[in-house]
Structures are given as C-alpha cells and as structure tokens.
Write a protein of this length. Structure first.
Ligand SMILES: Cc1cc2nc3c(=O)[nH]c(=O)nc-3n(C[C@H](O)[C@H](O)[C@H](O)COP(=O)(O)OP(=O)(O)OC[C@H]3O[C@@H](n4cnc5c(N)ncnc54)[C@H](O)[C@@H]3O)c2cc1C
Ligand code: FES
Ligand code: FES
Lengths: 163, 291
C-alpha cells in the first residue's frame, strides 16, 4: 500500500509539434493550450473561454481534433500535435484557408484557427450534406461572421451542394 | 483561469490507481478531463492529486459480444460512436452520443466518465438506465456491480464510494422486440439537454408491450417515468396521445426552474418528447429496424 502521493508536481512532456520534436519539464497543471502558446511559442492557437465551450483552442492530437484548454500538457506526452501553423507551406495557403479568405469567412479571426483545425481533422466524405457541415461546426463559436460565410467556404472546398 | 497546483500520476494498473486514490482525500480520477479540467480551470474543483486512468491496462477494452457491449473506463465517446458493431448491438448508443457535446469533446471524453460525473442533463446516464446497463466498480473493498437504475442519486452524485473507480459499463444487446432511442431539446446541437427522454420500447403485434422511459435534464437526476411507462402499455401508432402526454407531464412533477427554462416548460416538453419517442420507436419497429 502507498501512504504518500505517488504523483509529481512537475512532469516531462515530449511531443512532436508540427514536425518539430520538443521536450520540456513543466508543471503538471499546465494546460496544453499554454504549453503550445507560452512554452513552445506557437501563438496561432487561441484561447477564448478556457473551459471547453468555444473551440478557439482546437488543435489536432494524434489525428483527432481536441480542445487544448481542456487537456493537460502532460496528457499529450508522446503524441503528435498539429496546430494552425502547420497548414500553410511557405506562405501558400491550403485550399480551405484560401476559401476562408475568398468567402470572407472571418472578421476578427480569433476563432479561425479553431475552425481550420476542426476541418483539417475530418474526412470530407463524411460531410456530404450542408446540415452535416453545420453540425460539425457546432463545436466552434464565432462572434463575428454569423457562420454563413464559414459554411460557404467549407461547402465550396468540399463541393457540398447548398440548397 | 488555470487549475490550482496538483500532483499528477499515471498508473499502469487498476491496483496502483486504487492505492494512489487512497493516499489523499481530495484525489480525483482523471479520464477524458472534459468535465473535470474545465471545473479545475474555474477552481470549482481543486484536487491535490490527479490519477490519470488513460494508461490503465484493460481500461481501453471495447468488446462487442452476444450479450452486449462492454466499454472500459478509458474508451472515448468518439470511439464508441465510430464502431459499427456497437451501433448494431446497441443502436441507442450512437444516437445518444451524437447529442453529447461536440466532436472535439467526444474525442477525449469517455463514456464511463460521463456516467461517473452524473450531470443531471447528460444523455448517457439516462440511456444507461433505459438500456438496463450494469456498472462495474472497483474500490478499496473489492469489486462490485451496480445496475444503472440504482446508481444515480442526485445532481453530480452517485453510488460511487470513496476511492472507487468505474472500471467499465456493460450495455446489454437490444432485444429483438425493442427499440432504444433518445430525444431531447437543447438550444444548440451538442449542448446539454433542457429536457430529454431516453426510451427502450418493446412492441408486440404493433402495440407497445413494455417500456423503460427515462427523463433527464428535468429534475436533479435521470428518472424512470413511472406514470408514462404505465400509460404507454398497449399504445398503437394511430392512438390518441393525450393520456401518454398527461402521464409524462405528471412524471415531471419535480422539474426544476432555472435560467434555461421554467419547470412548466420542462413538463410540457417532457410530455411532447415522450409521445414523440414512443411514436418514433413504433415507426422504426414497423419498418423492420430493430425487429
Ligand atoms: C462544452 C461542453 C459541452 C458538453 N456537452 C455535453 C452534453 O451535451 N452532454 C453530455 O452528456 N456531456 C456533455 N459534456 C461533458 C462531456 O461529455 C464529458 O466528457 C463527460 O461528462 C465526462 O467524461 P470525461 O471522460 O471527460 O471525464 P472527466 O472530466 O475526466 O471526469 C469527470 C468526473 O468523473 C470522474 N470520473 C471519470 N471517470 C471515472 C471513472 N472511470 N471512475 C470514477 N470516477 C470517474 C472524475 O473524477 C470527475 O469527477 C460537455 C462538456 C463540455 C466541455
Ligand atoms: S478556449 Fe478552449 S474551448 Fe474555449
Ligand atoms: S471572426 Fe471573430 S470570432 Fe470568428
């Protein structure tokens, strides 16, 4: 039987972020969002509500879109993380980023990284109806656009017919 | 805000997890973290030790067999939702999970964590009761099982004892004569329900021969709807629904009044959802699905 806590207040986190290997010793309480922004220095991932509601902090961990504000950095130990900085190559936007630009699918842009990473994580073949696209986007809040232009951008890239 | 400092521990065995939980009165199990970490960010919860069960041997099992589906404690909601075998054995699970939060949250949130958390507006506790699911618990005093129907005691309050862990939940296969489904009202797709119904409806000769109807989001705890379960016996597709509606309205007698809806609104919604679920169950049974 243990009588003292087997846990530790400081933990080692080793992960691959956007193809780059990083290793840091951090407090156990550090959120993944703060690890990405403050420790690794990638500030494209935004933090809105910090309680899992808005989706601004969405990143991809081992292929799945997740809320980085509701995940501890230590829970991502050993994983492969992708953030919005991984999308464009040498300034060349992805088709989805380009469509956001062309459809005016952002105003302040605070929510955009979260939307893009959610979209990047899924297989477009699973979203053939506009309602499915809207449902997919329901986990990301945007306070500016009213969503129509975001839905338009997605449907244009994924060739979803809008009625 | 950020969580208050805590010690973090990731055991590889359930024995080590239980021993660790025994070292501190405020220690908490960390599963997907989708309820716990937001609560810690708000400092509503300040455990001094988190026992992350994500790496516990055997907790990642998702077994589908003739008797039903066994879901281990670290299995995410997305993984259950994606399994066609699960959807075949217990169709209500995929349907209910579609209403649980959003993709990004389901990718981490676990089925067992939602049951342990026991939010009164959560879908999975109500579905577990409707399906007659069994919870597998392990604690300092050993292992035991509890029927989902006896597990939920109040808002965020369950039969889970000090230092006990849910190791898995078993959902029995849907019987051939039964359709299990879930219906709810929420302001936004993926939000918690303002009022919801989980229903397991058995039919014989086109009429309802038995039903487990469970309300959620109505009072502080998911509850069997005793009056509606009686009133629905013998109900056929063309029948007038006012008696069923009235009985479900009665079942909502302890509905809460809050910022989202009045108690009266919830009771009326409960009546409407009960009728809608039973009709949907009869219709899908008639179509051959679930028969
Ligand atoms: C924005 C948002 C919207 C949401 N919407 C919904 C919704 O519509 N419907 C819904 O049902 N849920 C919703 N949720 C909650 C979500 O489903 C959570 O994933 C779930 O409630 C908790 O599961 P978890 O694995 O994340 O548990 P955690 O957050 O890790 O744990 C939750 C609690 O349960 C305890 N616990 C977890 N696992 C075990 C175990 N195996 N044994 C003993 N104790 C355990 C923990 O100690 C903690 O107290 C939402 C969450 C967010 C952030
Ligand atoms: S900042 Fe993570 S969901 Fe809002
Ligand atoms: S563009 Fe401002 S929040 Fe979406």
């Amino acid at each position: 039987m243990m009588d003292t806590s087997p846990g530790s207040r400081e933990v080692d986190v080793a992960a691959t972020i956007n193809g780059m290997q990083v290793t840091h010793r951090v407090p156990a309480r550090l959120l993944l969002s703060d690890f990405i922004r403050d420790v690794v220095g990638l500030t494209g991932t935004h933090v809105g509500c910090e309680h899992g509601y808005c989706g601004a902090c969405t990143v991809i961990v081992d292929g799945d879109a997740i809320r980085s504000c509701s995940t501890l950095a230590v829970q991502a130990d050993g994983s492969t993380i992708r953030t919005v900085e991984d999308l464009a190559t040498d300034g060349d936007l992805t088709p989805m980023q380009q469509a956001f630009h062309e459809n005016h699918a952002m105003q302040c842009g605070f929510c955009t990284a979260g939307f893009l990473m959610t979209l990047e994580s899924v297989d477009p073949d699973d979203y053939r109806e506009p309602e499915q696209v809207v449902d997919l986007l329901s986990g990301n809040l945007c306070r500016c656009t009213g969503y129509q232009n975001i839905v338009n951008a997605v449907c244009s890239v994924w060739e979803v017919e809008r009625s | 805000m950020k969580p208050a400092p805590f010690d973090y521990y990731r055991p590889a065995t359930v024995e080590d997890a239980l021993a660790a939980l025994g070292t501190s009165e405020t220690a908490k199990v960390l599963a997907g973290g989708q309820s716990l970490i937001p609560a810690m960010n708000f400092r509503l919860s300040q455990p001094d030790l988190l026992v992350d069960i994500g790496g516990v041997e055997g907790f990642d099992r998702l077994d589908v067999g003739p008797s039903g589906v066994m879901i281990g404690a670290s299995v995410t909601q997305s993984r259950v939702m994606a399994s066609d075998e699960v959807a075949e054995a217990v169709p209500g699970l995929r349907q209910a999970l579609h209403h649980v939060a959003h993709l990004q949250i389901r990718n981490r949130g676990t089925v067992c964590g939602s049951i342990a958390h026991a939010d009164p507006a959560a879908e999975l506790p109500a579905l577990a009761i409707a399906c007659g699911a069994t919870l597998f618990l392990q604690g300092p005093a050993g292992e035991r099982t509890v029927d989902a129907g006896d597990f939920f005691l109040g808002p965020f309050w369950t039969d889970l004892g000090e230092g006990e862990i849910i190791t898995g939940v078993h959902f029995p296969s849907e019987p051939a004569d039964t359709v299990t489904l879930m219906d709810e009202l929420a302001w936004r797709s993926g939000d918690f329900a303002i009022t919801g119904v989980a229903a397991a409806v058995a039919t014989r000769d086109g009429c309802v021969s038995g039903a487990r109807l469970v309300s959620f989001g109505v009072s502080g705890v998911p509850s069997r709807m005793a009056a509606a379960e009686q009133a629905v016996l013998g109900f056929a597709p063309g029948d007038d629904s006012s008696a069923l509606y009235g009985a479900a309205y009665e079942d909502g007698g302890d509905a809460v009044d809050d910022i989202h809806a009045t108690a009266e609104y919830r009771r009326e919604a409960l009546g409407a959802l009960a009728v809608r679920s039973v009709r949907a169950a009869l219709a899908s049974n008639g179509n051959g699905t679930g028969v």
